[in-house]
Ligand binder design. Structure first.
Ligand code: DC
Length: 219
């Protein structure tokens, strides 16, 4: 069964790209960030602190998470697709994602999404930890300015109060936290293909990955 992993920093476009690659290949898609975000939302709603590790581990047992075919994220029967995208949920997700006990409890949960005919998944450690044997492992990145401007365009549609300076700061803080944590940091090695899409469109990025996938195993 084929697995393609797409890891990379916040707002590198990995979610949009991974979804389209999965669509073109007829594979399943797993947004692993949505799992951390959903848990982050539960932590906020339960008014827990990010270091209440035992209580957060208990929340995982109560987390019933599913992804619909039309891209909605359902948490304990509620549609949380939009709310988990907010900046405060993203920051909580990044905070709790540093905790190794939480990461190991989510390990098997994520591997369970590997179903025929194949899987495309995006996150921070999908190629390094969760699916190290994947056929194709991509590290997708873009300049921090480009990523902030993409995020700004996305958020500006729903909120006028957001500024690009705040987003730039949030992204830099999240990059630092995701790269410097001791448990499964955002990283890559020689087994990954690095794709910088600062100057590429979504379609060009998708096509590059499909071409690499078609060539994988042939050279
Ligand atoms: O990809 P995203 O921005 O939706 O992810 C939200 C946070 O979740 C991110 O800051 C780090 C964490 N995360 C992680 O640690 N490992 C993953 N595989 C996916 C996300």
């Amino acid at each position: 069964m084929a697995v393609i992993t797409i890891d990379g920093p916040a707002s590198s476009g990995k979610g949009t790209v991974a979804k389209k690659v999965a669509g073109q290949l007829g594979f399943h898609y797993l947004d692993s960030g949505a799992i951390y975000r959903a848990l982050g939302l539960m932590v906020i709603n339960a008014q827990l602190k990010k270091n209440d590790i035992d209580a957060i581990l208990n929340l995982i047992d109560k987390m019933k998470l599913s992804f619909t075919n039309n891209g909605r994220v359902i948490l304990n029967s509620l549609d949380v697709t939009e709310i988990i995208r907010s900046e405060n949920v993203g920051m909580m997700a990044s905070d709790i994602a540093k905790i190794s006990e939480i990461r190991s409890k989510l390990h098997n949960f994520q591997q369970g999404f590997n179903q025929p005919p194949g899987l495309v998944t995006d996150g921070r450690d999908m190629g390094s930890v969760i699916f190290p044997q994947a056929e194709l492992k991509i590290f997708l990145t873009a300049s921090v300015e480009k990523r902030a401007s993409r995020r700004y365009s996305q958020l500006h549609k729903s909120s006028d109060s957001v500024t690009i300076a705040v987003i730039l700061c949030d992204i830099m803080k999240r990059d630092k936290q995701d790269c410097e944590r001791s448990s499964s940091p955002l990283t890559y090695d020689h087994t990954f293909k690095v794709l910088d899409n600062t100057d590429l469109s979504i379609e060009e990025t998708v096509q590059t990955i499909i071409n690499w996938y078609n060539l994988s195993g042939k050279c």
